[in-house]
Each structure stands twice: as structure tokens, then as C-alpha cells.
Write a protein that binds this ligand. Structure first.
Ligand SMILES: [Zn+2]
Length: 415
């Protein structure tokens, strides 16, 4: 079945049956010019930041390269100057504390319309996974009005699906006691992994993993143990939570193209990269009223999918996110350690419930593996050291559930 996202894009853009990669690009460029005009007119930050942009010169996708980027530090340091509306028009402010940084937090503002577009995306995206007879357990966020959990619940109710906002999994035994009542579980990859080790007998039909890098090894552990289908979603608070979601083919993400323009750039040179080359994801919000982000450097690494989707949709798609720049540490000239690589290797260990990684300067890596009641196969530690081929010290022991930043990202601990 074709992803529900492209038909939604056709309706949202007004392109209808004329929707194609070319007409979408043309439409997105027009929206891009409009959002620059809007932001320059309404925000003190963008008035200066984009002062020299010649909108008449932005007619092709390649022309985007001439527009200045917006960085996370711009939001942290000048967020209030980015806002394009009056205080009374703000419906929600989300505060994101940057892990490991002493700097000010990022505050992201949304209007009611901004939040409603997210609800609409969730409604369409979730229709891939669930039908009105299903019940969804949302294992993240909170019941706070307009939190991601609340918006997801509202999106689900639009398609007649009931749900429970359970919140993050702090006690896997307690969560397991509730999860048996639900057909679909939504949660963070590491927390869902802990749950599958705690409660292998659960049988959700579908699982949606979101809010962090998703290791293939976790997908495999969930699918083989729970005999379910695992879908993944890509998004971030900064752009209004929802960004892209897999269809039934469970390959690259179908993107929220009516709301987001996605580019991939070389993280070092900032030059645009062609499809099939991995680089940093750069996002522009095309419709956000409260706080548009223009060419926002996300710190996520991914590439555009090179081919069209088996579901039949022909629009561009974003391939699996392969990690985050911030979770990568250079140990020496030859060795770069990434949390994504550790995740792929370590979550593949049978019986493992979770782990923690810390890097102590100059290049000592310390891993703590939680094997639950078991101690793991004999030779586990030696085998892992050989596989990782790193200067690593490994201990076995209890690790609490991985702590996340408020936007749900796991972190590589330094120092
Ligand atoms: Zn598809």
C-alpha cells in the first residue's frame, strides 16, 4: 500500500494529481522564498541574519547554498529574537537543555496552527501502523497539553484510534504489566529494548521507534522476540516534532514535505551533497508561524534515498539516520568512536538489557554492560573487545535505563 504521506502532501500543497518530484521542488522553493520574506519582516534575528539574501536569485535548489545556515546556538542565544509573533499568540514553549553544555537552553515556540499541523502529520503517519480497532501505548513524553505525547494522542484520535500516554519507561516491570493491553507501542529505542528483555512474551503487532538514533540491532531484537513489525520515525522538537515516517515497506522516511524542506550538506565544508552521499541533515520549516527555522543544522547524519519506494511513491525520501555528529569522538588519527557504531554492536549481544558508554581522555573507552540476571556467554568481554577493536575497558553490571536529554537523545558521556 502506498504511503499515506504523499497523498497528504498533494492535498496540503494544493498540487493534487500534479504532485511530482519536480512540481514539489518548485512549490517548496516558492514556500522557501515566502518564509524568508516572512521571517525577515517579523523577526529581529532574521532581519539581520538574512539581510543580504536576494530572493530573486533563489530559483533552483542549488541556489539554497547561498542562504546562511541557522545553528542550534542561534536558538539558544538569540531564540527570543527569532520569534515572529506576539507573546499572546504563542501556544507552547518547549525548553531543550543541551546535554554536556553549560550554555543557555533552547526555547522553541509554536502557535496553535503549528501544533495542529503536527497533529495532522501524526494522524496520517500513524495510519500506516494502526487501524481504529487498535490501541496504542505511548511510552514517551507526558500528558502535558501539547507535549509530543498529547499531540500524538490527538493525531490518533483523529483516525479513531485510542491511546494511553504512559510516559517514559522508568520501571520496565511496571510498563510490561500495562503493555499487554496494547496493539502498538511507541517509544525510544533503548527503552523499548529494555522492555523486550524484561517482557519477551509481549505480542504487540507494531512498534514505532522515535526520538533517537535507531540501531538495526534493536529493530532485530524487537521483531524476533515480539514477532512484531517495527517502524521508525524521524523528527525533532525544533521543527515541530514530526519529520518523516516509514511506510509498510519500512525503508526510507516519507517526509513531511509540505512543512519541511530537507537538504544534506557536508558537515565540514557545508556544501550540498548529492543523493546517496551521507552528510548533515539541514531543515527549513516552510509553514511555522511562531519561530521558523531556516537552513537549520540538525547535527543528524543521513542521506537521501537514491531510489523510489517499493510502495510506489516517487517523491524523495530520507534514508535511515546513521548517527549524530555530537555523539562521535575522535580517539586518535585513525580511530573515531560513534555511539551509533557502539549501539549496533552492543545491542546485538543476546540477553543484553542496556549499556552505558563513557570516554575518558585521552582515549580510554569504558563500557558497562547490563546482562540482567545472566552474566553473558563465556568469553563475551574478550569477544566484544576484539569486535570493537578499541582501547576499551568493559565491566558487567546493572545500568539504569539510559538517561536522555529532554528531546530524547542518548548521549556519549565524556570525561
Ligand atoms: Zn513507501
Amino acid at each position: 500500500m502506498i504511503s499515506p504521506i504523499p497523498p497528504w502532501t498533494a492535498q496540503r500543497t494544493g498540487l493534487g494529481s500534479r504532485l511530482s518530484p519536480d512540481t514539489l521542488e518548485e512549490w517548496q522553493l516558492e514556500q522557501f522564498r515566502q518564509v524568508i520574506q516572512y521571517a525577515r519582516g517579523k523577526s529581529r534575528f532574521y532581519r539581520r541574519h538574512l539581510a543580504h539574501v536576494d530572493l530573486g536569485a533563489v530559483t533552483r535548489r542549488e541556489d539554497l547554498a547561498g542562504i546562511p545556515f541557522t545553528f542550534p546556538k542561534d536558538i539558544a542565544e538569540q531564540g527570543t529574537r527569532m520569534v515572529c509573533i506576539s507573546a499572546g499568540e504563542i501556544s507552547r514553549i518547549t525548553t531543550l537543555f543541551t546535554s554536556g553544555s553549560q550554555g543557555p537552553p533552547k526555547r522553541i515556540c509554536f502557535t496553535r496552527n503549528d501544533l495542529n499541523r503536527t497533529i495532522d502529520f501524526f494522524a496520517h503517519g500513524m495510519s500506516t501502523l494502526v487501524t481504529p480497532k487498535d490501541r496504542v501505548m505511548i511510552c514517551m513524553s507526558s500528558r502535558t497539553p501539547d507535549s509530543i505525547g498529547d499531540l500524538l494522542q490527538k493525531g490518533l484520535s483523529c483516525i479513531g484510534v485510542s491511546s494511553l500516554i504512559y510516559g517514559n519507561i522508568r520501571d520496565p516491570d511496571h510498563a510490561a504489566g500495562r503493555a499487554g493491553e496494547f496493539d502498538c507501542l511507541v517509544g525510544l529505542p533503548a527503552e523499548m529494548h529494555f522492555l523486550v528483555r524484561t517482557a519477551p512474551g509481549l505480542r504487540p503487532a507494531t512498534v514505532l521507534l522515535s526520538a533517537d538514533y535507531v540501531p538495526d540491532s534493536i529493530i532485530q531484537a524487537l521483531e524476533s522476540t515480539w514477532q512484531c513489525r517495527v517502524f521508525t520515525h524521524y523528527g525533532m522538537t525544533e521543527t515541530g516534532y514530526g519529520g518523516g515516517v516509514q511506510c509498510g515497506a519500512r525503508q526510507a522516511y516519507h517526509l513531511r514535505d509540505a512543512d519541511l524542506l530537507v537538504e544534506i550538506v557536508d558537515p565540514d565544508t557545508s556544501s550540498p551533497l548529492p543523493p546517496s552521499r551521507t552528510g548533515e541533515v539541514v531543515l527549513t520549516t516552510l509553514q511555522n508561524e511562531a519561530m521558523p527555522l531556516i537552513r537549520y543544522r540538525t547535527g543528524d547524519l543521513a542521506k537521501m534515498a537514491a531510489d523510489s519506494c517499493p510502495c510506489g511513491a516517487s517523491l524523495h525520501r530520507l534514508d535511515k539516520v546513521s548517527g549524530r555528529l555530537a555523539n562521535s569522538v575522535r580517539l586518535d588519527d585513525q580511530t573515531c568512536l560513534s555511539l551509533a557504531h557502539l549501539d549496533e554492536v552492543i545491542y546485538a549481544i543476546p540477553g543484553l538489557r542496556g549499556y552505558r558508554a563513557a570516554v575518558h581522555p585521552p582515549r580510554q573507552v569504558h563500557l558497562t554492560l547490563d546482562m540482567g540476571e545472566k552474566e553473558g556467554e563465556p568469553g563475551l568481554v574478550d569477544q566484544l573487545k576484539k569486535t570493537l577493536s578499541l582501547p576499551v575497558e568493559i565491566t558487567l553490571g546493572y545500568t539504569p535505563l539510559p538517561s536522555c536529554t529532554p528531546n530524547g537523545k542518548r548521549v556519549l558521556t565524556l570525561g
